[in-house]
Design a protein around this ligand. Structure first.
Ligand code: UN1
Length: 505
């Protein structure tokens, strides 16, 4: 088993264009959470190289911004094409590196392909506005220009998809991209970089050297990127703690930040809910990806009238769900990323018990030996929203709360520091519309009759409060990757001033 996984990783990497020599001799240990074994040793990017790569990225930007946007779209189309060809291999590598079940590993690559398609279309639609001028013979317009090198810091749980949401948009917007993946998931990043290099070769000399740079390493490498004034925009995904530090550092130098941080996502189940559908959606939302999505369902707020019909059924699903090696076709819940994640889950469950919670499930399951961390997902019935419920623990723990009125449920849903995703299960139009109204969910995402996770790329993705406020992916998120310029043009022979101001000389 031990040898097989490392060998399979080397084979997959080789097919994706990363040679074996790049996987050995370095100081960064790449492990697979499937068994906990080491699958590669990678060389970290040192400070001098980071400096050089940022300088190259700046040069690449200067050239790339002059390439017409639809032509830049052609590069992203080729990247999407390489991802289509590499989907099976890269999807499996995502499973090996992040521990996702295979359908989710493949889904992650599909998400990359989708955003590439979206960005190709977008490359012909980077519209500015034409605005009425208050002065005669004047025209007022705005246009969008490339902003510069964009730093992308990604997390282990979506090691490649979240990068692609940022990169596909940044590239069509005329920006170069500098990627610092999680030190827990560098392999998939190296593979994607190699696919991007293949796309660049096919694209030809219009793709400048250094258009996409990859920095391998931990926090120190990330900080070099975040502090560098040559990088006007940093897009970071990860914990609120990390985001606070990134946000502060970038703000200090007047850079821009897109932050996609913690979620503490809730679903409200009203008396009018379709309970069968609710059961299936809640199970995927809370247990899928072993609870390691920023959109994972963490709180289920259930009306007292339906509580006894829904919650015991959900507890039965929890008891029966297949926890196991994510490479096995029947597995639904794979491993946690590492020992720290398991310790955090244990601490949260202890705190929940101390706060009077009734814990169903939880605990370690031996699947592939003691270096890997598989758990039974936990459902915790709580009397109130104790401190442990208001925190995000990146593990499969679902807190269940009971409510009487929808106002109370919405207040509970909003009474956490995070504001990423939310949903309501209801068939009563009044309940649904109240939840979606200004008095309803305070999150960036509010769904109806579906879970909190599994967003499509077409919508803007991100959330409020401690989630960071950034938006990535679809809708008009592209605007964050460009700078806006307002142009007032006088095509007359006089010089009227705005607001009727007179200045006769
Ligand atoms: C994340 O966990 O950082 O909506 C992103 C979802 C996925 C993306 C999650 N499309 O669950």
């Amino acid at each position: 088993m031990t040898v097989a996984l490392a060998e399979e990783t080397r084979d997959l990497m080789a097919r994706l264009g990363v040679s074996g020599t790049q996987l050995e001799g370095g100081s960064l240990l790449a492990r697979s959470p499937i068994t906990g074994e080491e699958v590669a040793r990678l060389r970290e990017t040192d400070e001098a190289e980071v400096d050089l790569l940022i300088a190259r990225s700046e040069q690449a930007f200067l050239a790339w911004r002059t390439v017409p946007a639809p032509r830049r779209g052609e590069f992203v189309r080729l990247l999407g094409d390489e991802l289509r060809k590499g989907k099976e291999d890269l999807g499996r590598l995502v499973s090996i590196e992040a521990g996702k079940v295979l359908s989710e590993g493949l889904g992650e690559v599909q998400e990359m392909i989708d955003i590439c398609d979206f960005a190709v279309g977008l490359s012909r639609q980077l519209y500015g506005l034409c605005l009425p001028s208050e002065r005669s013979n004047h025209r007022l317009t705005e246009q969008w220009h490339p902003i510069g090198p964009v730093g992308v810091i990604s997390a282990f749980n979506f090691p490649v998809a979240v990068w692609s949401w940022n990169a596909a948009l940044a590239l069509v917007c005329g920006d170069s991209v500098i990627w610092k993946p999680s030190e827990k998931a560098p392999l998939t990043a190296m593979a994607v970089k190699s696919l991007a290099d293949r796309a660049a070769t096919r694209f030809g000399e219009d793709a400048p050297d250094g258009l996409i740079a990859l920095l391998i390493g931990g926090k120190a490498v990330g900080e070099l990127l975040v502090n560098d004034p040559r990088v006007p925009l940093i897009s970071a995904t990860g914990s609120t703690r990390m985001g606070r530090s990134v946000g502060e550092r970038v703000a200090r130098r007047f850079g821009k930040a897109i932050l996609e941080l913690g979620g503490n996502n809730a679903s409200i189940v009203t008396p009018s809910a379709d309970l069968d559908l609710t059961l299936r959606a809640a199970a995927f939302g809370a247990m899928g990806t072993a609870g390691q999505r920023c959109t994972t369902l963490r709180r289920l707020i259930v009306h007292e009238e339906v509580y006894d019909r829904l919650v015991p059924a959900l507890i039965r699903v929890y008891a029966g769900v297949a926890v196991g090696d994510p490479r096995e076709p029947d597995t639904l819940v794979g491993p946690l990323i590492d020992a720290d994640a398991f310790a955090a889950m244990e601490r949260a469950l202890d705190a929940a018990r101390a706060a009077g919670g009734h814990v169903h499930g939880g605990g370690r399951v031996d699947v592939n030996g003691k270096e890997s961390f598989y758990v039974r997902p936990a459902l915790v019935e709580m009397d109130d929203q104790a401190a442990c419920v208001r925190e995000e623990t990146f593990a499969p723990i679902l807190y269940v709360l009971k409510y009487r009125s929808l106002d109370e449920a919405i207040a509970l849903q909003n009474a956490v520091p995070q504001g990423l995703s939310s949903s309501i299960f209801a068939t009563d139009m009044r309940e649904i519309e109240l939840f979606l109204s200004a008095e309803g969910s305070d999150c960036g995402i509010a769904n109806v009759n579906m879970g909190t996770s599994g967003a499509e790329i077409g919508g803007a993705f991100g959330g409020e409060k401690e989630t960071g406020g950034g938006r990535e992916s679809g809708s008009d998120s592209w605007k964050a990757y460009m700078r806006r310029q307002t142009n007032a043009i006088n095509y007359g022979r006089t010089m009227p001033l705005a607001q009727g101001v007179k200045f006769e000389i």
